[in-house]
Design a binder for this molecule. Structure first.
Ligand SMILES: Cc1cc2nc3c(=O)[nH]c(=O)nc-3n(C[C@H](O)[C@H](O)[C@H](O)COP(=O)(O)O)c2cc1C
Length: 398
């Protein structure tokens, strides 16, 4: 794609780079892709192996995907929950990744209305109907908010004590913090809703609490929605302002820019084909039949484009001084170089590294200039049984 060719040279993507208090061996980060191997909510050998492979494959940093800060914040029933029980496993995982020369981050969050805990209503800023649980959510009280902010701080402290290099706060994808930011979903009239200042209070307080909990020991990143991808949701005019507020607060070392909503518009996150048949196959009847008929509406498709978030991310680069991480459909070495030339400090890659965990080594050694990933999104329904690329078994060498 001609628009994504390199400009004048930027920093070398394969040279070491600073991220707050840490140094990464290169500028390519594995984006969080929920691994689906933590049925007991704690680290398993399979989770360690997943990240060891990414680290061995050359990424500068790998990200352990969604770790819920509390049981009511789980987005799927088999996620890690940050209790004392996870610390020994996280320590082993960090050691395994470090032994391969990469850094390791943990994404922490509260799923809000996306939470699917059995028998529980999801929590959100204002009550909404959740398509996940087919029930209305409960609006969080002042007490809930204080407790959840404290949970973020406690979770971040555990991640730090386990020897991780970074913690990534989830402020996107229609999860709780993102619901607070949304003018559509947040209908509160107290100090947590209404004006942008008020809607941004919860994510800012979370970031403050996390920074206070970990100090300068590790890098603190936030994954922030640029747009929810739905009419009336958060959009660039406001999300750039939120990013400015976060920059002024000085609580973060970088912002990773994303978009879409697991609650309202999931395919906006990924682009490409919606894996309707594979998703339906996971469901019992009659939900399976209903999904095959109506699923296209929920999983609205968007054509895949290389670096599909770049045009939006540029608005943030123009408005901010702080380090930014470009994400979304980065598959070519030329795109990575272009991102560096445009001033993005790091890039994050999800599906490309599921398809080829050793992609960074291949790009660095000029064995390849483009990922094999075809954005079929058939990896997405595998999150319930161990996340993987359905084509990866065809690789000549594992
Ligand atoms: C199987 C799968 C699981 C994902 N799980 C998460 C997750 O737990 N947390 C998150 O923030 N994003 C998650 N994502 C989104 C990715 O982090 C990333 O934002 C998205 O895939 C776009 O990047 P890419 O084009 O490089 O794949 C997931 C994506 C995939 C494909």
């Amino acid at each position: 794609m001609s628009s994504i060719e390199p400009l004048a040279a930027g920093p070398d993507p394969f040279a070491p780079a600073r991220l707050g208090p840490i140094t990464l061996r290169n500028r390519i980060v594995k984006a969080a892709t929920f691994e689906g191997v933590t049925p007991e909510h704690v680290v398993t050998d399979a989770l360690i192996e997943f990240h060891r492979r990414i680290a061995r494959g050359g990424a500068g940093m790998t990200t352990v995907a969604f770790c819920a800060v509390s049981a009511d914040g789980c987005g799927t029933p088999n996620e890690m929950i940050l209790t004392e029980r996870v610390v020994p496993g996280l320590e082993r995982l960090a050691e395994a990744v470090h032994a391969e020369g990469a850094a390791v981050s943990a994404q922490i969050g509260h799923a809000g209305a996306v939470a699917t805990a059995i028998g529980q209503r999801g929590l959100s800023p204002s009550p909404i109907f959740s398509p996940r649980t087919l029930r209305r959510t409960r609006a969080v009280t002042e007490e809930d908010i204080a407790r959840i902010i404290a949970d973020f701080a406690r979770g971040a402290r555990m991640v730090a004590e386990s020897g991780f290099d970074a913690v990534e706060i989830h402020l996107g994808h229609g999860y709780l913090a993102s619901e607070f930011l949304s003018p559509k979903l947040n209908r509160r009239t107290d100090r947590w809703g209404g004006s942008l200042e008020n809607r941004a209070r919860f994510p800012r307080e979370v970031a403050r609490a996390v920074r206070a909990a970990v100090g300068g020991r590790l890098a603190v990143i936030a994954k922030l929605n640029m747009t929810d991808g739905v009419p009336g949701g958060l959009w660039l005019d406001e999300s750039v302002e939120v990013a400015r507020m976060l920059e002024t607060d000085g609580t973060l070392d970088a912002i990773e820019l994303t978009g879409g909503s697991s609650l309202e518009n999931p395919m906006y996150l990924f682009r490409g084909e919606a894996p309707l048949v594979e998703m339906a196959a996971l469901m019992p009847q009659p939900a399976r039949l209903a999904f095959r008929i109506f699923g296209k509406r929920f999983l609205r498709e968007y054509p895949f484009e290389e670096a599909y978030f770049l045009a939006y991310a540029r608005q943030f680069r123009a408005a901010l001084e702080m380090p930014l991480i470009l994400l979304g459909g980065i598959n070519r070495l030329g795109t990575i170089r272009r991102a560096m030339a445009e001033g993005f400090e790091l890039v994050a890659m999800g599906r490309g590294l599921l398809r080829e965990p050793d992609l960074v080594n291949k790009l660095r050694s000029a064995q390849s200039t483009e990922a094999l990933c075809v954005h079929c999104n058939k990896c997405v329904p595998t999150i319930y049984r161990g996340t993987h690329c359905v084509l990866e078994r065809h690789n000549a060498a594992g």
